[in-house]
Design a protein around this ligand. Structure first.
Ligand code: GLN
Length: 485
């Protein structure tokens, strides 16, 4: 297989055996980017010079002897809502088109310390609001399996970079599905860790009670390797959990005999396409053959997850995005007659339509007189949803569902209908509301398009998710398919 289509752990082995240098690896990925990026548009910013200098530095370290860390020299792409010191970070928004952060997100610092080579910043739906990367303030990103289709979102650029061989692994963020859904649409692995497992210092906030950073990778082993680098307490993020961090690779064991898997019936019913149901049913049969005990279960409040999410997330967004006022960061509109007029012009011209919709929805839901009826009610529903999961996890080790109701849809198909777009996260939102870990892994294909299945775990039990995912992967071939682009 081409170098750019190998996994990070395979590339690591080549580096260790001195069959390749980090510089050669870096150049090979830039060649690939040069060959396909015009069609895909996965990157907002490419940091070629920095990356090559970094790769040469890694080669010097390797030549000096000593151990080669698992991600040393590995080409990585990062979502453009993660702050990178000295490198433009835009959230794919006009309001931040020229913003250069004075510091890096903790996950970026940790990647750098681990020797990873960051190739660039990837496209997203503006401020991570969306499910197709069509809401980017700059340009849409295209799915490498079918260029007419969306890659999912909001971490669409990261998913495409990994799926198409423009990076070996990537980071994304997930507020309601933005790692798992694009991973499913692009045929790769996407892990949203437990709320608090990974520091969000330097992640531009969308909805702070939901946002998590996680890996997008070509296989489960790579997801564990990235988690080993990014997970763990950070004094700079008070919501990051204290306590020991496991070696995630220790969970990569091939075996699930006796493991209890619950399949929530609400996630296999109305709205899920027959093709997706078929793929998931086949995956369940494979897991049963491998010794898992599979039963149908119920999460009775599932239908309220979407309305609760679309009150809570916009409410938090309306507060978080108040800081973009033309004074402190990025873009400022010309011609303001006074300071309020300048705020208004800057925000009117700087934000795109979906971001404005969210700010208005959220501001409304939080306003006096509506707070109790909408925001507070949504918080109560959130507790009911969390309790559904608690009950289910009293009986099951993991829950399993489709990641998305359908495979990747066409560019333009849903962009004019926000509710249709919101529905594409119907299987992933509740997991963020409950703060749980979720992983999407390639489960098969429908009409040549990848289909993902989602495993949902107990809080901080990424380990069991990785074990089940790894076992499925070791016994199937879906993750080996690569798009022909
Ligand atoms: N698609 C969902 C939204 O638009 C989730 C986005 C995300 O996870 N960042 O809010």
């Amino acid at each position: 297989m081409e170098l750019y289509y190998l996994t990070a752990h395979e590339l690591h082995d080549l580096l260790v055996d001195r069959q390749i240098t980090a510089e050669e690896l870096c150049r090979a990925f830039f060649e690939r980017i040069d060959a396909v990026e015009d069609k895909l548009k996965a990157f907002v910013t490419i940091t070629r010079e920095n990356a090559l200098a970094r790769a040469k530095e890694i080669d010097r370290q390797i030549a000096a002897g000593g151990q080669i860390a698992p991600l040393a020299g590995i080409p990585v792409a990062v979502k453009d809502n993660l702050c990178t010191e000295g490198v433009r970070t835009t959230c794919s928004s006009k309001i931040l088109y020229n913003f250069i952060p004075p510091y890096s997100a903790t996950v970026i610092t940790r990647l750098n310390q681990a020797g990873a080579v960051i190739l660039g910043k990837t496209n997203l739906d503006e401020f991570a609001m969306g499910s197709s990367t069509e809401n980017s303030g700059f340009f849409p990103t295209h799915n490498p399996w079918d260029l007419e289709r969306v890659p999912g979102g909001s971490s669409g650029g990261s998913a495409v970079a990994v799926a198409a061989g423009e990076a070996a692994v990537a980071l994304g963020s997930d507020t309601g599905g933005s790692i798992r859904q694009p991973a499913a649409f692009c045929g790769i692995v996407g892990l949203k860790p437990t709320y608090g497992a990974v520091s969000r210092f330097g992640l531009m906030a969308f909805a702070s009670s939901l946002d998590q950073i996680g890996p997008l990778t070509r296989d489960v082993t790579d997801a564990a390797l990235v988690m080993n680098v990014i997970a763990g307490h950070d004094p700079l993020d008070s919501t990051s959990a204290p306590g020991p961090v496991p070696d995630y690779t220790a969970y990569l064991q091939n075996g699930i005999k006796g493991l209890k898997i619950g399949v929530p019936k609400e996630y296999m019913g109305e709205g899920i396409s027959p093709a997706v149901k078929q793929v998931v049913a086949e995956a369940l049969a494979a897991l049963a053959d491998l010794g898992a005990q599979i039963e149908e279960t119920s999460l009775p409040h599932s239908e309220y997850a979407l309305p609760a999410y679309y009150l809570i997330a916009p409410a938090e967004a309306s507060s978080n995005l108040a800081r973009y006022d033309g004074v402190r960061y990025g873009y400022r509109a010309e011609g303001g007659t006074d300071v309020v007029d300048m705020f208004m012009k800057t925000r009117s011209l700087g934000f795109g339509p979906e971001v404005k919709r969210r700010i208005m929805l959220g501001t409304y839901a939080l306003s006096a007189g509506y707070y109790d009826a909408y925001y507070l009610k949504a918080l109560k529903v959130r507790t009911l949803i969390k309790q559904d999961f608690d009950r289910a996890f009293a009986s099951y080790d993991v829950l399993l569902s489709p990641t998305t109701p359908s495979p990747a849809f066409r560019q333009g198909e849903k962009v004019a209908d926000p509710l249709q777009m919101y529905m594409s996260d119907i299987c992933t939102l509740a997991i963020n509301l409950a703060g749980l870990p979720g992983i999407s892994i390639p489960a098969g294909f429908a009409d040549g398009l990848p289909v993902g299945m989602q495993l949902i775990g107990k809080p901080f039990d990424e380990g069991t998710l990785l074990r089940v995912a790894y076992t499925f992967e070791q016994n199937t071939e879906h993750h080996k398919a690569r798009p022909k682009i």
